[in-house]
Design a protein around this ligand. Structure first.
Ligand code: HMG
Length: 391
């Protein structure tokens, strides 16, 4: 590809769930001080999927506005990133492909590495575009974060999907070539195939995340990446929004720079608005941070953004992107805000019932209750096959 052609994010949209549980309701149930959630974790509420919502319905809803705006021309690849997989064989993206009526001449694949895999998808997409700049790649990152009831992780749950159209000469963010990588075998967070809730060593996971910040940054610089001063804001993976502050504090310390509250707030606060009310959306989280930043009133034109994508286990990547002039005309700001605001608050009891619910495994015909007012719904399961429909 000629040097003058860049690649990156041309369109960006997200979807979340029908329901929301405020942290006040969780604190009332378990007796925690609300400041632990609001200040200690930086979380105010969590998205809760209805019985007829899952990673497919959220992923399709996130991608639909992109397809409506740009059509399907040039899309020959759909990469679906998730760690909330619904099938061991079939890629969830195939259902999204069907719901969005994408052309049959498309390759569809699902990627997994905890919260990191959407970044792998983005990098793979950029590789494909470098091979053929006429192609566009649809990346969908969709997850439901679920921990055991009454466990410390419960307060960090959430659910959302982000969709990105990755193209040559993008309209929103140009992604730079240098990237810092870090992989190490650590059991900080994992979910064996026989469980629907994650297992986690909370403090170990925070240490492992900070170790990955250091590892990726050192590699990024060794690869010729830019100095810290070049960046104006940082989009971190946000399992809870306070984690982004901890991570950035660590990065500033590593560079011998002042990590005062004002410096931290300036770099991080504008990235937290969606994650603070949605909760951990695993693969989608770092791109929700980007969406929140761009949806803010401040003009980010030509600013350099740092991205830190972390997936437990662990794999992480630090990379940079520049905001493209005119980007604001290509955002879905009003729709994004409405997507968050349309969620219906539920009681703790209703949340608990939804948490304990799972699809029957007997192969029978089981319609799901009609709960979501979203664009797509899981209509039921019949003969072990999931049935989706437009809502
Ligand atoms: P915990 O034991 O419930 O909470 O676990 P804590 O006692 O550590 O308190 C949390 C913070 O609240 C602390 O702040 C307290 O001081 C503060 P810190 O010292 O850390 O700065 N606090 C208060 N602040 C104000 N007023 C109060 C108050 N009380 C306490 N009254 C933990 C917290 C995050 C460990 C838990 O929620 C957990 O296990 N979460 C899940 C794991 C996780 O999110 N790990 C993050 C890094 S790993 C990652 O990001 C990957 C992941 O997304 C998965 C993937 O990759 O797929 C998770």
């Amino acid at each position: 590809m000629p040097e003058s052609i860049s690649a990156g994010i041309h369109d960006l949209s997200f979807a979340t769930t029908e329901f929301v549980l405020p942290h006040t309701a969780l604190a009332e149930h378990n007796g925690a001080e609300i400041d632990k959630y609001h200040l200690g974790l930086g979380q105010r509420s969590m998205s809760v999927p209805a019985a007829d919502e899952d990673v497919v319905t959220m992923g399709a809803a996130a991608a639909a506005p992109i397809i409506e705006r740009h059509g399907t021309a040039g899309i020959r690849t759909l990469v679906f990133a998730t760690e909330s997989s619904i099938d061991q064989a079939k890629a969830a993206g195939v259902y999204v492909h069907s719901l969005l009526a994408l052309p049959p001449a498309t390759r569809v694949v699902e990627l997994k590495q905890a919260c990191y895999s959407a970044t792998a998808a983005l990098q793979f997409a950029i590789g494909l575009i470098h091979r053929d700049p006429t192609q566009r790649v649809l990346v969908v990152a969709s997850d439901v974060s679920k921990y055991a009831l009454d466990s410390p992780g419960e307060a960090t749950q959430g659910a959302a999907a982000v969709a990105m159209l990755v193209t040559a000469n993008p309209s929103i963010v140009r992604i730079e070539a240098q990237s810092g990588l870090f992989t190490t075998d650590v059991m900080d967070f994992w979910r064996p195939n026989y469980r629907d809730t994650a297992l986690v060593d909370g403090q170990e996971s925070i240490t492992a995340y900070l170790q990955a910040v250091q590892g990726t940054w050192q590699d990024y610089r060794a690869q010729g990446g830019r100095p810290l001063e070049a960046f104006s804001a940082f989009c971190y993976h946000q399992p809870f929004t306070r984690m982004a502050y901890k991570a950035h504090h660590h990065l500033l310390d590593l560079n011998g720079q002042d990590a005062g509250q004002a410096t931290l707030r300036q770099a991080i606060e504008p990235t937290t608005a969606y994650n603070a009310v949605i909760g951990n959306s695993y693969t989608a989280s770092v791109y929700l941070a980007l969406t929140a930043l761009l949806d803010q009133a401040d003009d980010r034109t030509d600013q350099l953004l740092g991205f830190l994508s972390y997936g437990s286990g662990s794999v992480a990547e630090f990379f940079a992107g520049t905001v493209v002039p005119g980007y604001r005309d290509h955002l879905h700001t009003a729709r994004n805000r409405a997507e968050v605001d349309r969620r219906k608050p539920i009681t703790y009891g209703r949340y608990r019932a939804l948490h304990e619910q799972s699809l029957p495994t007997d192969g029978g015909d089981h319609p799901t209750p009609e709960e979501t007012t979203g664009r797509f719904r899981l209509a039921g399961i019949r003969g072990h096959k999931r049935l989706y429909e437009k809502g």
